[in-house]
Design a protein around this ligand. Structure first.
Ligand SMILES: [Ca+2]
Ligand SMILES: [Ca+2]
Length: 204
């Protein structure tokens, strides 16, 4: 039996396994907003209230629908909403689900666990209009934990209302997991190969 060939084959098999562990370590967490921390205005405290951005999307058609947040002004104001998430993460992105007057977001800040805001996006929102649209924004992952998002918008985007159905935070958990590092795992398995081969070499 060609034992060298067996060892090379076994080592080669480790590489795809290492890749799987890397993916597991990535651990991207996606959360929909759990609390409303602050907001500039709301159309009412029930229909189109700030609380309508909480949870997973529940506005499935484009239009003036009560399950989305609308500021109290239709035009001519700058508005904001700040939302909180149950699990603080090293944040790398957000999804703002726009369901009326799409294309109105002007800025996104992340809220750290010491209650400081950091701007992660400033720009032109080119979301498609006339359909419920998930405006996805990605940025370089923060090196601090993030527990909230502040979304800024202009009501001057068009002559009608501007509305948000839901807001998602994306990031990596700050909680330590027990998944072994690929290097540790590889060294361990290579050690086992060495032990096994020494035993087998006695017979070949
Ligand atoms: Ca408007
Ligand atoms: Ca909603």
């Amino acid at each position: 039996m060609n034992f060298k060939y067996l060892k090379v084959t076994f080592i080669a098999m480790l590489f795809p396994f290492s890749s799987i562990v890397n993916v597991a370590n990535a651990g991207l967490i996606t959360q929909w907003a759990d609390t409303v921390i602050n907001f500039s205005s709301e159309y009412s405290n029930t229909a189109w209230s700030a609380n309508q951005v909480l949870g997973a999307p529940n506005t499935f058609s484009y239009g003036d629908i009560i399950t989305a947040w609308a500021p109290s002004s239709k035009n001519g104001t700058l508005e904001f909403i700040t939302v909180g998430y149950n699990t603080a993460v090293y944040a790398s992105g957000a999804v703002i689900r726009e369901t009326l007057g799409n294309g109105f977001v002007t800025q996104i800040d992340v809220l750290d666990t010491l209650n400081s805001l950091h701007t992660v996006w400033l720009g032109t929102d080119i979301s498609t209009d006339n359909i419920p649209f998930d405006f996805v924004v990605n940025w370089t992952q923060t090196n601090f934990l993030v527990k909230g998002l502040k979304i800024y918008l202009t009501t001057q985007n068009n002559t009608g209302w501007e509305e948000i159905d839901a807001i998602q935070l994306r990031g990596i958990s700050g909680i330590t997991t027990n998944i072994p590092e690929p290097s540790t795992l590889t060294i361990f398995v290579l050690g086992m190969v060495g032990l096994t081969s020494r035993r087998l070499n006695k017979y070949f």
